[in-house]
Ligand binder design. Structure first.
Ligand SMILES: NC(=O)c1ccc[n+]([C@@H]2O[C@H](COP(=O)([O-])OP(=O)(O)OC[C@H]3O[C@@H](n4cnc5c(N)ncnc54)[C@H](OP(=O)(O)O)[C@@H]3O)[C@@H](O)[C@H]2O)c1
Length: 236
C-alpha cells in the first residue's frame, strides 16, 4: 500500500512500539490516529508526531465504538488498523486468578477482536484494508509464568489466521508481527520506558517491520513476521 495520505489507526500509540510506529509512519506521510488510556501521555505523543489523539480504552466496547466514530469523522475513513495495545500478567500457575486472565484477555484478545470487527466492516465495504496484529514470540512458545500472557498472544495468533481466511477474498491483508523482547515500558508497573540496551530491540525495529510489510504492493501480503534481537545473550 502507499503510505502517503493513508489513514492508519494504532491502538496504544502513546508509548513503546505504538509510539515508534506512529513516528515512522507519520514521517512516511500517513495520517495517524493513536489511542491510549493515559490522556496526558497520549496528547504529548500526538503533539510530537502530528497524530490524532483518541482517548480510548481498547478493552472497552463503548470506547471502541467512539474510536471508529472519531476516525470516520476526522480521517474520513480507514486503510489500516494496528492492534498494538497489550498488557501482561505473569503469575505462577498456583497463583492464577480469573480476574487476572480477564484483565489481560480484555485488552489482548477481546479488545483486539472488537477493533478488528469495526475495521472489517469498513474494509469489506471498500473491498480493501490492512490489519496488523502485534503479538509476540510468546505467541509461538510458552514460558514459565507465561500462562496468561502467552495464551492471550496464542489466541491473537489464532484469530489472525481466522481473519486471514475470512478477509482475503475482500482484498484485506491481515498480518501478524511477533516481536521478541523490546525495551519499552511493557510490564513496568510505573509505566516508565526501559533504558535502551545496545543488544536488545527497541520500538524502532518493530516500527520498521510494520512499515515494510505495509509498503509491499497490495497484491502481496506477509502473513506473519517474527523479529529477534540478533544477540540478546551477550551483555554489552
Ligand atoms: N516490550 C516487549 O518486550 C514486547 C514483546 C513482544 C510483544 N509486545 C507487544 O507489543 C505491544 C506494545 O507493547 P509495548 O512494549 O510498546 O508496551 P508499552 O510501552 O507498555 O505500550 C503499550 C501501549 O498500549 C497502551 N495501552 C495499554 N492498554 C491499553 C488499553 N486497554 N487501551 C488503550 N491503550 C492501551 C499504553 O497506553 P496507556 O499506558 O495509556 O494505557 C501504551 O501506549 C503489546 O501488545 C505487547 O504485548 C511487547
Amino acid at each position: 500500500m502507499k503510505l502517503k495520505e493513508s489513514r492508519i489507526l494504532i491502538t496504544g500509540g502513546s508509548s513503546g512500539i505504538g509510539k515508534a510506529a506512529a513516528v515512522l509512519l507519520s514521517q512516511s506521510g500517513a495520517k495517524i490516529a493513536i489511542t491510549g488510556r493515559d490522556k496526558e501521555k497520549l496528547n504529548k505523543v500526538a503533539g510530537e508526531t502530528g497524530a490524532l489523539a483518541i482517548h480510548a480504552d481498547a478493552s472497552d466496547e463503548k470506547d471502541i465504538v467512539k474510536t471508529f466514530e472519531i476516525i470516520k469523522k476526522e480521517l474520513g475513513g480507514l486503510d489500516c488498523l494496528i492492534n498494538n495495545a497489550g498488557i501482561g500478567e505473569f503469575p505462577e500457575v498456583e497463583n492464577l486468578t480469573a480476574e487476572a486472565f480477564l484483565k489481560v484477555y480484555s485488552v489482548n484478545v477481546f479488545g483486539a477482536a472488537l477493533m478488528a470487527k469495526h475495521a472489517a466492516e469498513i474494509f469489506k465495504k471498500q473491498n480493501y484494508g490492512n490489519i496488523i496484529n502485534i503479538a509476540s514470540t510468546a505467541a509461538l512458545k510458552g514460558f514459565a509464568r507465561g500462562t496468561i500472557y502467552s495464551s492471550s498472544k496464542f489466541a491473537l495468533r489464532g484469530m489472525t489466521e481466522c481473519w486471514q481466511a475470512e478477509l482475503r477474498p475482500f482484498n484485506i491483508r491481515v498480518m501478524l508481527v511477533n516481536p521478541s523482547e523490546v525495551t519499552t515500558a511493557f510490564a513496568n508497573t510505573e509505566r516508565k520506558e526501559r533504558q535502551d540496551v545496545p543488544n536488545k530491540l527497541t520500538g524502532v525495529e518493530i516500527a520498521h517491520t510494520i512499515k515494510s510489510i505495509l509498503e509491499m504492493d497490495d497484491r502481496g501480503m506477509i502473513p506473519e513476521v517474527t523479529v529477534w534481537a540478533t544477540n540478546p545473550f551477550e551483555k554489552k
